[in-house]
Structure formats: C-alpha cells, structure tokens
Design a protein around this ligand. Structure first.
Ligand SMILES: *Cc1c(COP(=O)(O)O)cnc(C)c1O
Length: 430
C-alpha cells in the first residue's frame, strides 16, 4: 500500500511507515495513492462473509501484499474480539448502528485496537517502546485498553485533571501494569503541549523509544471502514440497493472519512449526513465556501467539541479524487437545546440515547425521504454520560459491567503541574 502526504505529494510511504510515523512532513496526513473498487460480484460475496473474514478482505484491498491475508486475519480477529455492531430499529425506516459494545464503550475501540495490533506486528525486533498520548476522554481509554498487558510496550496517557468525567477517568486510570496515567493540573491544550515537547526532545525520544498513538493514524481509519459494510448487511434487504443513508456525528471527521472510503470501495450508500454540534466549522464552510474556525465551544456532546477537524482535508481529497460533487454531502449542526429535545423524543420512541448519537438522529429525521432507510451512528454508550442523561431524561442509567467493575477501584494516576522537566523525570523513572 502506497500513501502520499496531503501537504507534500512528493513524500510517499508504505503502510508500515504510515502507521509508524502517524503524520508526514509539515504535519501532513497520509492518503492512499490507489483507491480500490470492489466489483459487484465480489461485493455480494463479501457481504455474505462473517465480520472478521469480510474485514480481512476489505482491508487487504488497501494494504495489498504488505501484510499477508493470514496475518491480517489474525490481527483483525484479536482487534475486534468484542461484540460487533448492532442495528437497533427506532422507527420503520430508521435504525441506530450501535458501535459502542467494545471494552471502552465507544466506537474508538475499533480503530485503537486495530492500530495496536498493527504496531505490535510491525515491531519485528521486539524493541521496547513508549506510547505517549494526551486525551480529553474517550481516546485515552480506547488506547489504554488496546495496549493493556502487551509485551515491550508502555503507554503513558496525559489528561487534564478534573476536566474528564469521573467514569471516563475510572475506565483507564485503574488499569495498572503497562498503562501509566498522569493527570495534569491544567487544560487539554497543556497536555498536548507536553506531548509535543517530549517528541521534540530527541535524546529522550531515543532513550524511551517514543511513539505516538495519534488519532489521525491511517490504521485507525481503515479499521473503521469495516463496520460500514457490517451496517449494510444488517439493514432490511429491500432498502439495500441505492437507498441507504448514513448520518454521522462528527468531531475530527475520521468516522465520516471511513464511511466515504467504504462508499468509494463500491458499497452502495446513497448519501452521508455530516453532523456537528455548535462547533460548526464544516457546515458553515459547506454553506458559504469560507473556512473560518472559531474558538471551540463546550457542549454536552463534548467528543465533538472540535473547531479545526484534522480529517477534513482527507474528505476533500476523496471527493476530488473520485470526482464526486461536495454538494452531495448533506450536513447540519444541532444546538444543545435541540439535542436535549431530541434525547427526550428518542425516549418516547423507547430508546435511551446520548448526545452525540441524538445529533445524528435529529438531522437524519429532517432529511430522510420515505423511500429511504436511514442509519445514525451510536458512537458511545449512554452510561458514559450517565449524569447528563439522568438529568435530562429523569431515567436511571444502569452501568455495563466494564464500567461497574472499575468504579470502586483506586485511581493510579500520578499528578503533576504542566512542567516538562517534571514529566521528563517521571518518564525516565517509571
Ligand atoms: C470521537 C467521537 C466522535 C467524533 O468522531 P470523529 O471520528 O472524530 O469525527 C463522536 N462521538 C463520540 C462519542 C466520540 O467519542
């Protein structure tokens, strides 16, 4: 698999290096040189396969012979060793694709776990390395669980003290073993700054074998393509050809990019809806053609509180390469007030949801025609937002076992001020 840097097309790398590097020169994202297309006969065959076999077929279209199918199958089997996506019918022609039945209760488990398997299998010399990453909540947990207990790797996660939910903190700061967590007396931006400083320190980088588990890593995107095919195989057959609409709650736009890559492979999805909260840089851009990110606003759908979405350049590149019209992408943004109303509406339909999925449902319902079938993506388990949802719905949320089992465990985090010298000392000692 060959990929080029979107900021400097002269820089090309293979899949192995794209996974290892994460980003190219000038912080450019990698994008596939070849966009494979699956023909109709092959597509029918693939859709009838089980999830793991099918996912292996799909990813080998991209990765090609750089990793043998057998090896890829084993990696995918380990990565996706949890409950698969479920389609829950909401109305006659709307369903929720629940992607949150993994160990950390968010769709990010798919990408993080596949990336961990890839990094592991690329580490042929069994070198010791350190994954250092900053999180504002969901990514940290997914990465921590993905690498938990693996040999030769140590994961260090920085997070802003007091700015992630208590449940999110319990999920990844109680693990121990090769997962180290450090709460920083500061903001998420302070955490990201410390990570950058560590990567700029060449001596330290070498000494502890520093590596990143960045959210823009191509392996995470590829893994996410797989559940769009699963989604297709789960909807009523009468809607399957040319009538499926998918509504995606967007933050960094990785999930949408993966969906569009599924379409570019030949999966017949009629159109996508790109949904944001009040952080509406993309909807405004699609409306008036002006890219004008504003300051990030805090909302109840906090995983989507991003005003400069990294993956948008990949979305644009794909439309350009496929000669698709960007006007075919539907879009919208939903305020907190409307999100709350929608959560209540979904409850009257018998479905307890959470703010991110509710935004996608709201825009789907507005745009869907009666002869179409719509899926909105359930990106996180409602229990992750227990307090918010209980307040809105006046309903008790029961915690799934993965959370219940951790709630009484002690937090193992270190705590420091945003001071690089102090961080460095800890990195060298633990
Ligand atoms: C990360 C996240 C999103 C946004 O996904 P992107 O791929 O960054 O667009 C939406 N919902 C939840 C719950 C998330 O954790």
């Amino acid at each position: 698999m060959k990929l080029y840097n979107l900021k400097d097309h002269n820089e090309t790398v293979n899949f192995t290096n794209a996974v290892k590097l994460g980003l190219g020169r000038q912080q450019g994202l990698f994008f596939p040189v070849h966009l494979p297309v699956i023909d109709n006969d092959e597509l029918s065959k693939i859709l009838n396969m089980d999830f793991i076999t099918r996912s292996t077929e799909i990813l080998s279209y991209f990765i090609d012979n750089e990793i043998s199918k057998e090896k890829l199958y084993n990696s995918i089997k380990k990565a996706f060793s949890f409950s698969y996506p479920i389609q829950v019918p909401i109305t006659d022609n709307i369903g929720c694709l629940e992607l949150f039945h993994g160990p950390t209760l968010a769709f990010k488990d798919f990408g993080a776990r596949f990336m961990a398997q890839m990094i592991l299998s690329l580490n042929k010399d069994n070198e010791f390395f350190t994954i250092l990453t900053a999180t504002s909540g969901d990514t940290g947990a997914a990465v921590a669980h993905a690498f938990y207990g693996m040999k030769n790797v140590r994961v260090i996660i920085l997070y802003p003290k007091g700015k992630i939910s208590e449940l999110q903190e319990k999920l990844f700061c109680t693990l121990g073993k090769n997962i180290k967590t450090i709460s920083i007396n500061g903001s998420f931006d302070d955490c990201q700054k410390l990570v950058k400083e560590a990567f700029d320190d060449k001596k330290l980088k070498k000494l502890i074998g520093l590596n990143s588990a960045n959210s823009i890593n191509i392996s995470r995107l590829l893994a996410q393509i797989c559940y769009y095919f699963e989604a297709f195989s789960l909807i009523p057959p009468e809607y399957q050809r040319k009538k499926l609409v998918i509504s995606v709650p967007c933050g960094n736009f990785g999930n949408l990019t993966a969906g569009l890559l599924a379409k570019s492979l030949g999966l017949p999805i009629k159109y996508f809806i790109a949904c944001t909260n009040a952080n509406d840089t993309v909807p405004r851009f699609l409306q008036n053609g002006i890219w004008n990110p504003k300051n990030t606003i805090s909302t109840i759908s906090n995983a989507m509180d991003i005003s400069q979405p990294n993956n948008w350049t990949r979305v644009e590149e794909l439309f350009k390469r496929k000669k698709w019209n960007i006007k075919e992408l539907r879009f919208g943004s939903v305020s907190d007030d409307d999100t709350i109303t929608t959560l209540k509406e979904l409850l009257t339909l018998g479905y307890v949801s959470e703010p991110h999925a509710a935004i996608a449902y709201k825009l789907l319902k507005n745009k869907l025609q009666s002869d179409e079938f719509g899926l909105f993506l359930g990106t996180a388990h409602p229990a992750k937002f227990k307090n918010t949802i209980e307040k809105i719905l006046k309903n008790k949320i029961t915690l799934p076992d993965s959370l219940k089992n951790r709630i009484n465990l002690p937090l193992l985090s270190y705590n420091i001020n945003p001071d690089f010298k102090k961080l460095k000392q800890i990195l060298l000692e633990i």
